[in-house]
Design a protein around this ligand. Structure first.
Ligand SMILES: NC(=O)c1ccc[n+]([C@@H]2O[C@H](COP(=O)([O-])OP(=O)(O)OC[C@H]3O[C@@H](n4cnc5c(N)ncnc54)[C@H](OP(=O)(O)O)[C@@H]3O)[C@@H](O)[C@H]2O)c1
Length: 339
């Protein structure tokens, strides 16, 4: 099968943020979804929508299709601001904001209940976008390491609360999708399943981030394996390098700005949301899952010894045994059971 890479040409050279690489809005336009009514009545939920990040750009582009868009943020003021901005596009789809702290199972439960009530138990696409990177050591409300707990377990728990709605909304011709926003930071990492919460080993902030982002890929792969026969598919992805509030815990970003080769690879947030939106809406991905995307394409394995900011996936990104173990451990940690 030929590699799905509709924007290969635009990714041959990089000139930095705002260059020829597509934006999320260009992706929905190129899919023909802004001018059609195909997506009117479809329901999409995007987590982590705060100003300056990829979440708002993702939600804005998807709302242009006419779909109903639900956005979450742990901060009500930030989420309401983004919802207001999206509503200005004049499109028919609803825009609803739901407060949800992914570092609290109680808050996720309350947010999921509110979502199901407002959407009438309908959900076509779940976009697990929220994330936290390289924070000082800390714990979620339920005692999980903050990055593993927020980036992986929070979204794992949210998925289970919304699973029935995703399954009920899925059809053979329009499968439901779960999009797991991971990162190139998954490379050269292994999840320590004996100590996912860094209780028995030294906490290294970027290592914990990388493990949580590998968990995002494992989650999507295992989900796809379990539910594809019921028309529910999952994809994971690296959005690219984008200077957003995610970098708030890094000591400096000046080194990134000073490195000309690295700077040229950076995207702006509108471009940074393009791979997520392609994963969510692309017709050519219908009926596909368990894939890792980057550069608005199905990714290829990363060559050995490439810089950390390059695309491509690690050979360990597809590991059915570890994926199953992580799934089972995550059920146990969050107190869920599967029938
Ligand atoms: N930017 C990049 O270069 C890059 C590269 C690879 C992967 N990614 C991934 O892309 C995704 C989006 O990142 P971004 O660059 O847009 O970062 P961002 O601007 O910091 O956005 C992340 C979002 O996650 C939210 N979040 C963090 N902790 C949360 C919690 N406990 N509960 C609910 N929401 C929470 C943030 O809310 P607050 O505003 O309240 O903090 C924010 O809305 C992340 O999953 C990240 O790992 C980004």
């Amino acid at each position: 099968m030929a590699r799905l890479a509709p924007y290969l040409e635009q990714h041959k050279t990089y000139a930095g943020p705002g260059d020829a690489r597509p934006t999320a809005i260009q992706v929905v336009e190129d899919q023909g979804l802004v001018s059609s009514s195909e997506w009117v009545g479809r329901v999409v939920l995007v987590t982590g929508c705060s100003p300056g990040g990829l979440g708002p750009e993702t939600a804005k582009a998807i709302h242009l299709t006419g779909a109903d868009v639900y956005i979450t943020s742990r901060d009500a003021a930030k989420g309401k601001q983004i919802a207001e901005e999206i509503r200005t596009d004049g499109k028919p789809g609803k825009v609803e904001f739901i407060v949800m702290d992914l570092a609290s199972l109680k808050s996720i439960r309350a947010g999921a209940e509110e979502f199901l009530r407002k959407s009438g138990n309908k959900l076509n696409i779940l976009i697990n976008n929220a994330g936290i990177m390289a924070c000082p050591q800390g714990k979620t409300e339920d005692g999980f390491e903050l990055q593993f707990g927020t980036n992986h377990l929070g979204h794992f728990y949210l998925f289970h609360l919304l699973k029935d709605a995703l399954l009920a909304s899925a059809t053979p011709s329009f499968n439901s999708r779960v999009i797991s926003v991971s990162s190139a930071a998954h490379r050269n990492k292994e999840i320590n399943l004996d100590d996912p919460n860094f209780e028995k080993r030294e906490y290294i902030p970027l290592k914990a981030y990388g493990e949580s982002k590998l968990a995002n890929i494992y989650f999507a792969n295992e989900l796809d394996r379990k539910y594809k026969s019921q028309n529910l598919r999952a994809l994971s992805l690296h959005p690219g390098g984008i200077l957003t509030p995610l970098a708030r815990y890094l000591p400096t970003t000046q080194d990134i700005l000073d490195d000309k080769d690295l700077y040229k690879t950076l995207k702006d947030p509108a471009q940074g949301a393009a791979t997520t939106v392609w994963g969510a809406v692309a017709k050519e991905l219908e009926g596909k899952g368990g894939l890792y995307l980057d550069e608005v394409s199905v990714a290829e394995p990363a060559p050995a010894d490439v810089p950390y900011y390059w695309g491509g996936y690690d050979e360990n990104a597809f590991n059915p045994e570890a994926e199953k173990k992580l799934w089972d451990l995550s059920l146990k940690l969050t107190g869920l059971s599967e029938s």
